[in-house]
Design a protein around this ligand. Structure first.
Ligand SMILES: CC(C)(COP(=O)(O)OP(=O)(O)OC[C@H]1O[C@@H](n2cnc3c(N)ncnc32)[C@H](O)[C@@H]1OP(=O)(O)O)[C@@H](O)C(=O)NCCC(=O)NCCS
Length: 210
């Protein structure tokens, strides 16, 4: 078995129905909403280079697409699906990593976010640097939230005035990550300076005591 994960291109348009069927089956068996999109919507994502696909030679294995919201301030990685026979082999992790890299490349300043009830996705997101947040920190683009209407739990979201639901919101904020990295580097530089200073000071004492 050789599973390849890549940015989907025109040659993958033939998998559109299979992708949507797999999303449908998963939504039914999980009882929570992974929104089924129209075949045209999935095809458009493939045509515009905003989808990641996994294939085992000619066989469809998994898929995910990216969407931008709020004038590109936010990007969501959505519709993650791995066919049942290929699960627990690290495929979702590879797809999500590729979708994350694609999102960073195409929308370098955007916050990347997702909504999920699934532990697997929470684990993958955490590894990529996402943090759990309240819904208030996610996009307020109504079109995004309209996607939740097809979910069986939509009444919960409505009841809470769109502030919470069964899903956990997770976000990767590039500005926050860059700030944290800069602070970490500054801390390391400071430590190195202290080590150097202490080293030379000890060296002088050692020389004197000889
Ligand atoms: C969720 C889904 C995409 C995971 O795909 P997968 O290829 O089996 O996931 P991976 O093998 O890459 O596993 C990633 C991590 O999640 C863990 N994991 C996988 N399935 C899990 C499950 N059902 N419950 C808890 N953890 C799980 C793995 O052990 C792994 O953890 P690790 O990094 O600590 O080793 C797949 O089960 C699926 O398509 N489900 C139906 C659709 C769905 O729920 N999509 C997500 C919508 S938000």
């Amino acid at each position: 078995m050789k599973i390849d994960v890549m940015v989907a291109s025109k040659e993958h348009l033939r998998y559109v129905t299979q992708i949507n069927d797999a999303i449908d089956e998963a939504a039914k068996s999980r009882g929570t909403g992974i929104a089924r999109r129209t075949d045209e919507y999935i095809a458009d994502k493939i045509n515009s280079g905003k989808a990641i696909i996994a294939v085992n030679r000619e066989e469809f294995v998994g898929f995910c697409y990216i969407e931008s919201w709020g004038h590109d301030e936010f990007v969501a990685n959505s519709g993650l699906i791995v066919r049942p026979q290929y699960r627990n082999m690290g495929v979702a992790k590879r797809i999500k990593k590729a979708a994350f890299e694609l999102s960073r490349k195409r929308f370098p300043n955007a916050k990347i976010f997702g909504l999920t009830t699934g532990e697997a996705v929470m684990r993958i997101n955490t590894e990529l640097g996402y943090e759990p947040v309240t819904f208030a920190k996610l996009t307020d683009d109504e079109e995004f939230w309209a996607g939740c209407r097809s979910c069986v739990n939509y009444d919960v979201l409505q009841r809470t005035n769109m502030t919470k639901c069964l899903c956990t919101g997770m976000i990767y904020d590039p500005a926050k990550v860059a700030k944290r990295r800069a602070e970490e580097e500054a801390r390391k530089a400071e430590e190195a300076k202290t080590r150097e200073h202490n080293g030379s000071w000890l060296g002088r004492i050692f020389k004197r005591s000889k």
